[in-house]
Design a protein around this ligand. Structure first.
Ligand SMILES: [Mg+2]
Length: 185
């Protein structure tokens, strides 16, 4: 993973350095159909939402969300390695950054001055898009819609993972965790 900013690389490496993240990767990679994994991811994001103003818990849950989605992405790709998945997540982070630079977005979740409640909206929106792609795939498999690519689920999952990584970057910023507002701004 060359050419990746140091702070982001440190977060991506959690899949090999942090026991909780590693366990979440195994969880995401493990047994279960799309709906089961979607339910698990939804629970994880719900737990994050419940303790949104606690920076420590936020960090812990974001690591799990990042790990779970990484494991799920590895499981979905027939020949995909963890490194491939991490490179893809990093490329998605670059894309998010470019959207801000080009003025299409006002912020992304790596901005530590942005309130957690606004970042949650971004994450929940991406979760909803994963759900939508699962639904479209089911309808397509049942012959009720034109053929739908399973790769679209991977795209949306990559976006969920990249949002979690961006948010973790904000919490790693100097003073990032300390500046999370109580009750948000
Ligand atoms: Mg999306």
């Amino acid at each position: 993973m060359s050419g990746i900013p140091k702070k982001r690389a440190k977060i991506l490496a959690l899949v090999e350095t942090d026991p909780d993240t590693m366990m979440a990767v195994m969880d995401g990679h493990g047994e279960g159909d799309l709906d089961h994994k979607l339910m698990r991811l939804t629970v994880g994001i719900g737990q994050l939402a419940a303790l949104l103003n606690d920076a420590g818990w936020t960090k812990a849950h974001l690591r799990k969300i990042f790990g779970f989605t990484t494991g799920w992405l590895v499981a979905l790709g027939t020949k995909r390695t963890t490194d491939d998945v991490l490179n893809r997540i990093s490329a998605e982070r670059d894309r998010q950054q470019e959207l801000v630079i080009s003025g299409k977005l006002h912020f992304n979740c790596s901005y530590y001055r942005v309130a957690p409640k606004r970042k949650l909206r971004v994450l929940v929106e991406e979760l909803g898009e994963v759900a939508q792609e699962c639904d479209l795939l089911e309808q397509s498999n049942a012959g009720k819609r034109p053929i739908h690519s399973p790769a679209l689920i991977q795209d949306e999952l990559t976006q969920v993972a990249a949002v979690a990584v961006a948010w973790l970057e904000a919490l790693e910023a100097p003073g990032g965790a300390a500046t999370i507002p109580k009750g948000a701004s």
